[in-house]
Design a binder for this molecule. Structure first.
Ligand SMILES: [Zn+2]
Length: 300
């Protein structure tokens, strides 16, 4: 097995998926990054469905493990749909008819290229110099090519910390939404008006949330990860912004150890995540499955 799953690997897989399942899947370009890569999105399910759902991953560069995990989840849902297989007594055709997923498998493609290939992957001289001058170990690169931690660049609780430098952990940028990636994601959420959002990150086998909701309980049931309620002040991350906009969310931290997670963890994570899309669609198809607040879920 190859050590990395790259932007090019994702693009090749997106092409296969869009050609194989045009009835239920469309690939779209959300925005172009500072270093000229497209941020791709997948629309999966019924484009006319009232219930819409957003899943985003790899906002942090070194967490590209989740891009491959999500591409496999999408591929599986399409395959089950094609074979008209049932999940919990409902066919995938019916499940995917009731929902429209908007899935961004790699929000930060410039950062992923840096993590996987170093500064030589950066095309723009100015950006390449930011990466070089940061003196960071590229493998652990977390920011985008402009050195901004995208998950500190949202407006809710934004704090420009002048002590931090470009490329360092948690450098928030000069102002909220200074980055194309964060602007594009917020624009998508405003347009789609999703019923909930999942943020995929790594690592730690943790589920971060602010307010208890059906999605947190669903993720707990599937993954068994430890629940972590966020109680601190907002710090410009996407979850803070979603809470301010009253959109339910859950952040899923996959894998053990430190990001980038080795691909040897795929088989273990796959068992936990392979049915996530079907489970969400099932909740939408059968709203009574939304567990009652606090019903028997022990918070850790
Ligand atoms: Zn992260």
């Amino acid at each position: 097995m190859k050590k990395i799953y790259s932007y090019q690997d994702m693009k090749a897989d997106l092409k296969v998926l869009s050609e194989s399942y045009p009835e239920i899947l469309r690939v779209f370009r959300l925005a172009r990054t500072a270093d000229g890569r497209w941020i791709y999105g997948i629309r999966l399910g019924n484009s006319c469905a009232e219930k819409r759902f957003v899943i985003q991953a790899t906002m942090h560069a070194r967490e590209w493990f989740n891009t491959e995990l999500i591409m496999r989840m999408v591929s599986r849902a399409c395959g089950q749909w094609e074979k008209n297989i049932s999940y919990q007594g409902i066919t995938y055709r019916n499940l995917l008819d009731g929902v429209c997923f908007f899935i961004l498998p790699m929000v930060n493609p410039d950062g992923v290229a840096i993590s996987q290939k170093g500064p030589k992957a950066v095309r723009e001289d100015v950006l390449r110099n930011i990466v070089k001058e940061s003196g960071r170990t590229y493998w652990y690169w977390k920011a985008n090519a402009r050195g901004v931690d995208l998950n500190r660049n949202y407006s809710t609780g934004f704090a420009a910390d002048t002590r931090r430098e470009k490329g360092s952990k948690e450098y928030a940028g000069k102002r909220p939404f200074s980055e194309r990636e964060t602007r594009a994601l917020v624009k998508l959420i405003h347009t789609v008006k999703p019923m909930a959002v999942i943020n995929y990150h790594s690592a730690g086998h943790l589920l971060y949330y602010k307010e208890d909701n059906w999605l947190v309980r669903l993720a707990k049931r599937l993954t068994g990860y430890k629940l972590c309620q966020e109680t601190g002040e907002p710090n410009g991350n996407l979850g803070d912004w979603l809470s301010e906009n009253r959109i339910p969310w859950c952040t899923i931290e996959t894998c053990v150890g430190k990001a980038p997670a080795g691909r040897w963890q795929l088989s273990m994570e796959w068992k936990k995540h392979r049915n996530l899309l079907a489970e969400i669609a099932l909740v939408i198809a059968l709203p009574e499955k939304q567990e009652k607040k606090g019903s028997g879920q022990k918070r850790q």
